[in-house]
Design a protein around this ligand. Structure first.
Ligand SMILES: [Cu+2]
Length: 180
């Protein structure tokens, strides 16, 4: 009896391992996991990114990255100008700190990526500008308290035509390895 009991236990262990590896790929439905290992991110779904509209300007897909350093993070969004004339984003602010800059990322001659402040971000008439990882972004600096994933912050955008757009942006995990 001992031998067959051992064999059954071994089979049971193998079945558990198979289940565990399925769950690890995120494709399996949620199962009880008393071990409490990290949950697959696929189960969280994608939190809604922020959007707002003011006059001819539409802001969509606004979000803030989980800070890689406690005092600074980056914000991303898309601006569409439905008007007949060009506008430019001249200023950004957030509820996270008193200091937000407009940045872009340039590649130096040596091939390294380097952030550079820009004075304005132009949006042509009928055009869309995307602030996204690896390019233009909002740089939030001097945060007294780092926000966490799940928090929401207000981003305020000021344009050279006098328009101001407020958008509620969730703090989300960075996809991939981070950086700007
Ligand atoms: Cu930056």
């Amino acid at each position: 009896m001992n031998a067959s009991t051992s064999a059954l236990l071994a089979l049971g262990a193998a079945a558990l391992l198979a289940l565990a590896s399925c769950a690890g790929q995120g494709a399996a439905p949620r199962t009880d996991n008393p071990g409490g290992s990290a949950a697959p991110t696929a189960e969280h779904g994608t939190p809604a990114k922020g959007g707002a509209q003011a006059g001819d300007l539409t802001v969509a897909d606004a979000w803030l990255a989980e800070p890689a350093q406690p005092s600074m993070t980056a914000g991303y969004l898309t601006i569409t100008n439905n008007g007949d004339g060009p506008v430019a984003l001249t200023e950004a602010a957030t509820s996270l700190s008193d200091r937000t800059e407009l940045h872009t990322v340039e590649t130096t001659e040596s091939g390294a990526s380097q952030m550079t402040p820009v004075d304005t971000i132009p949006v042509p008439a009928g055009g869309t500008v995307e602030l996204a990882s690896g390019g233009l972004h909002l740089m939030v600096l001097d945060m007294p308290r780092p926000p966490r994933v799940g928090d929401t912050a207000t981003i305020t955008l000021t344009f050279d035509n006098g328009a101001t757009v407020h958008v509620e942006a969730p703090v989300l995990e960075r996809a991939g390895s981070g950086g700007h």
